[in-house]
Design a binder for this molecule. Structure first.
Ligand code: NAD
Ligand code: WQD
Length: 343
């Protein structure tokens, strides 16, 4: 028991974090969650316990509070690595509350990195985003240049990557990876954990499932005049379980790659783009229902097409997506129905 490698998972009660906690525990690691529940609910911990048949340790703590982090690290003893999910993530809100985004996302990162250094923790994984590529031509590789950020949120990811890279470059005894997530969707196949809609969803698939559930009157397609085969925007949607698994591959890569550089970035996507219309059609087919859909105008800041070239992660992390878009959209609907059954 005591020999398991402890991994600090900030934001571990959130959408991607909770699925990663489950995968970590099932892979033989001992995840320790730090979350302040600003965008998650405490019942997630019970759900994780049900899936794993044992509890996972969780500290209710704001990661910006460095003194509290220090206490946690002292109490926990030897820590093998940390995965930093904790962040606020609403692109639109970030334009109205830039300081909240810079303070929370970068304050938590610098506090955590400071404590990781003090405790001589060797491995670190940072949650970055495909939004760093802006409107680059797809498929994007890790060599595609980072574009000027179009929102304070996006900027916190770019600066977060730079802070992490600079710390590794400074000679710190820390190896780190930034993972650039494309569009995570779906939920755990148990229907016990998934994305929690606190307020109106910002993303397509939660909007789709809430519309299917009758919580929203209709789904608006944000523009059908893009230069794409059916005119709607194209993205790289991956199942959240595949994304969660990648964090274990990232830790293994850091553990094994003595010769590799101390810092690396990886795209996490399927390599295949789906249009908004394809997502709607597939959702309707796999779940045997029909959505009320209207065409609206383009959403400000959206790019027409963004999908990954995931070769680097395939090759070096030995990771690739296994679950299909059909499975992801089926699991998203299962999760939405289980949420509805609770209320
Ligand atoms: P989420 O909001 O579901 O999870 C984030 C968790 O972090 C929440 O539980 C929240 O309570 C917690 N948190 C936020 N600030 C905190 C703080 N200061 N201290 C402690 N806990 C804090 O979001 P998610 O979708 O799971 O995203 C996880 C990470 O992945 C974020 O860094 C996000 O920016 C990044 N990301 C997400 C997506 C996506 O589409 N979901 C895409 C690219 C990158
Ligand atoms: C997908 C497609 C929309 C809603 C955002 C963030 C990004 C990252 C992931 C964190 C687009 C269209 C959407 C709707 C629609 N998050 N759409 N009707 O825009 O790729 O990325 O989430 O890092 O930073 O910007 O994802 O799910 O919002 O949109 O037509 O009601 O669906 O225009 O083409 P996006 P999304």
């Amino acid at each position: 028991m005591g020999l398991k490698k402890k991994i600090i998972v900030t934001g571990g009660a959130g959408y991607i974090g909770s699925h990663t906690v489950v995968e970590l525990a099932q892979a033989g690691y001992e995840p320790v969650i730090i979350d302040n529940f600003c965008n998650s609910r405490r019942f997630v911990l019970e759900r994780i316990k049900t899936i794993l048949s044992r509890p996972v340790e969780c500290y209710d703590c704001d990661c910006c509070q460095i003194d509290l982090l220090r206490k946690i690290f002292t109490a926990e003893g030897k820590i093998h690595g940390a995965i930093h999910f904790a962040a606020v993530k609403a692109v639109g809100e970030s334009a109205h509350k830039p300081l909240l985004y810079y303070q929370n996302n970068l304050g938590s990162l610098t506090a955590l990195l400071t404590v990781l250094q003090e405790a001589q923790v060797p491995y670190f994984v940072f949650s970055s985003s495909a939004c760093v590529y802006g409107a680059a031509k797809s498929p994007v590789t890790e060599e595609s240049p980072v574009q000027p950020a179009t929102s304070p949120y996006g900027n916190t990811k770019q600066i977060g990557e730079e802070i992490t890279a600079d710390l590794v470059k400074s000679g710190a005894a820390l190896k780190a990876i930034s993972l650039r997530y494309f569009n995570p969707i779906g939920a755990h196949s148990s229907g016990l954990i998934g994305e929690l809609p606190l307020g109106a969803p910002n993303n397509l698939v939660p909007f789709v499932t809430q519309t299917a559930a009758g919580l929203r009157e209709k789904l608006t397609i944000f523009g059908n005049d893009y230069p794409t085969p059916d005119g709607t925007g194209i993205r790289d949607y991956l199942h959240v379980i595949d994304l969660a698994r990648a964090h274990i591959n990232a830790l293994e890569y850091l553990e094994q790659s003595n010769a590799a550089p101390g810092y690396a970035v990886f795209n996490l996507g399927t390599g295949r783009g789906y249009s908004v219309l394809e997502i709607i059609k597939t959702f309707e087919q796999v779940n045997h229902l029909k959505l009320p859909v209207v065409i609206g105008s383009r959403r400000q800041g959206d790019v027409a097409v963004l999908f990954a070239n995931p070769d680097k992660a395939n090759r070096l992390l030995k990771w690739q997506t296994k679950l299909t878009i059909e499975e992801a959209l089926r699991d998203a609907w299962l999760w939405q129905k289980s949420l509805a059954a609770q209320t």
